[in-house]
Design a binder for this molecule. Structure first.
Ligand code: NDP
Length: 271
């Protein structure tokens, strides 16, 4: 029987998840259907119940429902617990497993696809919203020398650093404190690129050969990647690889098989 999956969000029309999961299913010959659901604001639980009543096996969850999904899960993975948000639900009998695959997606893209080792590196993580929080534990597990969180609203950066300090070397502060420092990996987890803006980082933050990674993606290089290129960053990457890799991690959770992300990234880049 064809198994049913979906992504739920509001808005949802822009989501690439149906194309990505359809490509995974073709690649791995999985008999499944994957839909997009426009979740009513304030009506997440009802929409999920309706989906389950149709025999739905799993959901991807996007803005603004990741906290609702966290609350709805009857069991959560450690990475979802620490992220404080759930982007993947798996329905198992009466139970609902909540996971967060964003961090694993970032690591799979950076270490697995771009072949950049994070162990022993100095990482700058810009932003202190949901995306930053979701990737902190998986980043710390890679064994960097330090993770520095910088955020426009400083309190959010320091609170995040305090929360994750038990897991490894992480500190938080404002952008001005970065002056004179160098980083091997600079990750933009702010939404500044969505507005064509660059976070207010001082110049000279890129160590020789540094990776500049923007979680945002679009048809061309983001504003941050343009800045990083001008500042001499060694490698540039946008977040399309992370998007496909986090989807692959959800697929693995549901189906127990792992898609090859490279051809799917190439398919999306081609338009
Ligand atoms: P949130 O709204 O939770 O957080 C936004 C963050 O961006 C905050 O830290 C905010 O700072 C900061 N910010 C916004 N505008 C600016 C600016 N002009 N200058 C500096 N900082 C700014 O968003 P998310 O964390 O959910 O998402 C962040 C980005 O990550 C988005 O671009 C999103 O598309 C991308 N993303 C990509 C994924 C992928 O798979 N590739 C997965 C998840 C997210 P402040 O606290 O001061 O407001």
């Amino acid at each position: 029987m064809t198994d049913l999956y979906a992504v739920i969000g509001n808005p949802i029309a822009q989501s690439k998840s149906p194309r990505i999961h359809a490509a995974f299913a073709r690649q791995l010959r999985q008999d499944l259907r994957y839909e997009a659901i426009l979740g009513p604001l304030g009506g997440f639980q009802g929409a999920v119940e309706g989906f389950c009543a149709q025999g739905g096996r799993g959901l991807n969850v996007t803005v603004p429902f990741k906290l609702d999904a966290f609350a709805l899960a009857t069991e959560r993975t450690e990475r979802a617990e620490q992220a404080g948000a759930v982007n993947t639900l798996k329905f198992e009998g009466a139970g609902v497993v909540g996971d967060n695959t964003d961090g694993a997606g970032l690591i799979a893209d950076v270490r697995g696809r771009l072949d950049v080792m994070l162990q022993g590196t100095r990482i700058l993580l810009m932003g202190a919203g949901g995306a930053a929080r979701g990737v902190l534990l998986p980043l710390l597990r890679e064994g960097p020398v330090s993770i520095t969180i910088a955020n426009r609203t400083v309190d959010r950066a320091t609170a995040l650093a305090r929360r994750f300090h038990p897991f490894g070397p992480v500190e938080g502060g404002d952008y001005a404190r970065l002056a004179g420092r160098r980083f091997d990996v600079v990750i933009n987890a702010t939404s500044a690129s969505l507005y064509g803006e660059v976070p207010p980082v001082p110049s000279g933050i890129f160590a020789p050969g540094a990776l500049a990674y923007d979680m945002a993606y679009g048809s061309g290089p983001t504003a941050f990647l343009g800045f990083a290129r001008d500042q001499g960053a060694g490698r540039l990457a946008d977040g399309l690889g992370m998007l496909v890799a986090q989807a692959a991690e959800s697929f693995f959770l549901w189906r127990g098989v792992r898609p090859d992300i490279e051809p799917v990234i190439a398919m999306l880049r081609a338009g």
